[in-house]
Design a protein around this ligand. Structure first.
Ligand code: CP
Length: 337
């Protein structure tokens, strides 16, 4: 079955087709409209969303299919996950039946299921997403899980491909950790790093010591970079990392220390309030563009002047969520590529 849980397990031929199709959807909003009449897509949101929810509903509708959005525990029963234990808690229905039932109604399911922030192995292995997909009889599209956000990565790859006119290879891309009051998950930085490495960019992950990404993701990024002609390195010096950068992609994430010592991790984050993208960082780049997947905290992650300036792609990234997801759904249902 054609689940899309992790974009980087798809072959290069599909990756190239999806980026190309996303660009065609951006050029012509009517491209491949109404190609899938009669299809239904269930969108299950365990977590909040603006972009993913609205762009998915619009993408499904533009292809002529019908979206049905479900918010577990809010207008539906709450779902239990554990197996082999009597369900004596607040949840009335098990995920096994809930996904089994939805599979009888729809032709595909999308699911948003963030990291627990408390179980490192479960988050790293995307165990709940795997459980959801295993219970489904129809293809499942990951709308941001504990460790991956493939729809964001596809949108960002298409934005970069358009911005660099198809020549993103070897352009200097800085993925910068930024301060945040919460220990956010690693799904976006993981997928962003893999995306930029796969485009063959010269990637620097800039982060304070202690905020390294998981080693398996760094290794996968190095592998993708070696096939694409790109490069991946790390730096704990933001000022040095942004020198000559053509893209500064800001993202906050929690340190792995959060799993064992959440209070110590919070103190670590608070000590790095200066990790915030300013005009001075942008000016140190080479005609640098700012990127962020949104939502973004102004004055914490990035200064207003950067977001309100002309050197930013953040709204293009949000727009391309629509174009990329049309391409993904069309491929899932049609087998394009
Ligand atoms: N970037 C992104 O996924 O936005 P939402 O959380 O609003 O869907």
């Amino acid at each position: 079955m054609k689940h899309v849980l992790n974009l980087h397990s798809l072959p290069d031929s599909v990756w190239d087709v999806l980026i190309g199709e996303a660009l065609k959807h951006a050029e012509n909003r009517a491209y491949r409209s109404n190609q899938h009449p009669g299809k239904h897509m269930g969108l299950v949101f365990f977590n909040d969303s603006l972009r993913t929810r609205v762009s998915m509903e619009l993408a499904v509708a533009a292809l002529g299919a019908t979206p049905v959005t479900v918010t577990p525990g809010s207008g539906t029963w709450g779902f239990a996950w554990e197996k082999g234990r009597p369900m004596l808690g607040g949840e009335a229905e098990h995920i096994q039946e809930a996904v089994g039932v939805l599979s009888r109604y729809v032709d595909a399911l999308g699911v948003r299921l963030f990291a627990s922030g408390t179980d490192r192995d479960q988050d790293r292995e995307d165990a709940l997403l795997q459980q959801f997909a295993a219970a489904s009889a129809v293809p499942v599209l990951n709308l941001e899980s504990a460790s991956r956000h493939p729809c964001q990565a596809l949108a960002d790859a298409a934005v970069l491909t358009r911005h660099f006119d198809g020549h993103a290879k070897r352009k200097k891309f800085v993925l910068s950790w930024t301060n945040h009051p919460k220990a956010l998950p690693m799904a976006v930085p993981n997928s962003t790093l893999l995306m930029a490495a796969r485009l063959g960019m010269d990637v620097t992950v800039a982060r304070p010591d202690g905020f390294e990404l998981e080693s398996d993701v760094m290794e996968k990024a190095a592998e993708l970079a070696s096939s694409s002609g790109g490069r991946v390195q790390e730096s704990n010096d933001l000022q040095a990392a942004v020198l000559g950068a053509q893209v500064i992609y800001a993202k906050s994430w929690g340190a792995v220390r959060r799993y064992e010592h959440p209070e110590a991790e919070a103190k670590m984050r608070q000590s790095h309030r200066d990790w915030r993208i300013t005009e001075s960082h942008m000016h140190a780049g080479d005609n640098a563009q700012f990127m962020h997947c949104l939502p973004v905290r102004r004055g914490v992650v990035v200064d207003d002047a950067v977001l309100d300036g002309s050197q930013t792609l953040h709204l293009d990234q949000a727009e391309f969520r629509l174009h990329g997801q049309k391409a993904l759904l069309d491929w899932m249902w049609e087998g394009k590529g």
